[in-house]
Design a protein. Structure first.
Lengths: 77, 365
């Protein structure tokens, strides 16, 4: 599973990163988590508010810090 | 791999909104409304007790003489700190809940259809209630351009969002009174509207970086969250935890400074440098403010100190606005999407507006 966290590195982006890591650990799934910090790259994905989370190419959340339970839900599907 | 700390899941805070609980009623339940009203009544009762308590604490409990320097300073501190903190908590909570209705996506969609002038006014007003932090300025700018929001309208939003915010207003109200807060709100909005309008008139669309222009063809990903009242109240609580947790130190510092000035600093200490008669102090205040970067909470105690020492209101207001609205770090970030010439125009127009405001208030007050 491939998870990408988009954000320039502000507080909410860091929080999102931590939540995603915790969700991955809690679900025990194999996943690589990477960060996208470049605005141009983020914008090309059609994302205009950060933080955003992409799971296997599908944009799951935009512009808010997701809750851990939510993220775990995306990982199950 | 580094160890991962378990993050508090939302289960222990009751239900977790749309995904986990089956309940997704959009209406506020009677229980929530009742608890909210009860909370408000308790808040008010506590608030009215602050002044008598501070008198009791300083003069009866600690036994200071009424009218003594130290006694008055302590009373001022014991009264003002909880007062401002309570106001801050209430307002941040209300705005946090309010913001769950105004997402950036909605604001963008709304402004996309607006013409200039009316658009500038709406953008400045929406800047107050739309969630915003300085690091989201660039994605937000890109989103606005992509959605076809006019450049001037976008700038109105970008100016108002950091400058006019609830924390600055509460602190100004709590520390300097409602008049200063109202003046700040009014002039902040006016500058955002007019500066955005002027930038729109100048037709500078070609000064946006080329790769941004290409985005216009693309499609924005929008995920609408389904929120019920439990979620919205949660948002309010999070905002309080987040913001009040960060800001309290500035509040205490600000009130501490105020308490000192109250008793010990000569009144007209700053009058010769930043007073009404020193006309050059307004442009100097704006110039000094640009490289300085602080959020609204950090600058208010400074403002209070300057005013307390005899600086003129217009000069101080200009300084505060320059620090918040024209920040070097934000310019550096915006450089990714704007050509240098447009950034220069932005600084000139906004700086000019702030300058005028400063002169105007020094003249009339």
């Amino acid at each position: 599973m491939e998870i990408k966290v988009c954000g320039p590195g502000c507080a909410s982006c860091e929080k999102t990163q931590k939540i995603v890591e915790a969700a991955v650990a809690a679900q025990g799934v194999e996943a690589t988590i990477s960060k996208i910090t470049d605005f141009q790259e983020i914008a090309k994905l059609g994302i205009f508010s950060t933080p955003a989370v992409i799971v296997d190419g599908a944009v799951k959340s935009v512009g808010n810090v997701p809750k851990q339970a939510e993220v775990e839900g995306w990982l199950k599907a | 791999m580094e160890s991962i700390k378990p993050i508090k899941s939302c289960d222990d805070g009751g239900n977790c909104g749309s995904s986990s609980s089956g309940v997704n009623n959009k209406k506020m339940t009677g229980r929530q409304l009742g608890l909210g009203l009860l909370g408000l009544v308790l808040w008010y009762l506590l608030y009215t007790q602050l002044l008598p308590f501070s008198h009791f604490f300083s003069y009866d409990l600690l036994g200071f003489e009424k009218g003594s320097h130290l006694g008055d300073s302590i009373q001022f501190f014991v009264y003002d700190t909880p007062k401002v903190m309570m106001l801050l908590t209430l307002i941040v909570f209300v705005v946090g809940v309010l913001r769950s209705f105004f997402t950036q996506e909605r604001t963008r969609k709304f402004l996309a259809g607006k013409r200039e002038s009316a658009g500038n006014v709406m953008a400045a007003l929406l800047g107050i209630v739309t969630p915003f932090c300085s690091c989201s300025a660039v994605p937000l700018f890109l989103g606005f351009v992509q959605a076809g929001v006019p450049l001037g309208v976008t700038f109105s939003f970008l100016i108002a969002a950091p400058m006019v915010n609830e924390i600055a207003l509460v602190l100004l109200y709590g520390l300097l009174g409602w008049k200063v807060a109202a003046i700040y709100l009014g002039t902040g909005l006016a500058i955002a509207m007019v500066a955005g309008w002027v930038i729109g008139r100048l037709k500078l669309e070609h000064l946006i970086e080329d790769w941004v222009q290409e985005l216009r063809a693309g499609e924005a990903v929008v995920i609408e969250e389904k929120l019920n009242w439990t979620d919205r109240i949660d948002r309010g609580r999070e905002a309080v935890r987040d913001i009040v947790g960060k800001v309290w130190i500035y509040v205490v510092a600000g009130i501490g400074v105020g308490a000192m000035i109250h008793g010990y600093v000569p009144e007209d200490f700053m009058a010769s440098v930043m007073g009404k008669d020193a006309w050059w102090s307004v442009p100097v205040a704006v110039l000094v403010g640009i490289p300085m970067y602080s959020n609204a909470a950090g600058i208010v105690p400074v403002v209070e100190a300057l005013l307390g020492k005899g600086a003129a209101l217009g000069t101080v207001l200009a300084f505060m606005m320059s620090v918040i609205a024209l920040s070097l770090p934000e310019m550096v970030i915006l450089r990714k999407v704007l050509k240098p010439k447009l950034i220069a125009v932005f600084i000139a127009v906004v700086g000019g507006g702030i300058l005028l405001t400063g002169f105007l208030f020094n003249l009339i007050i």
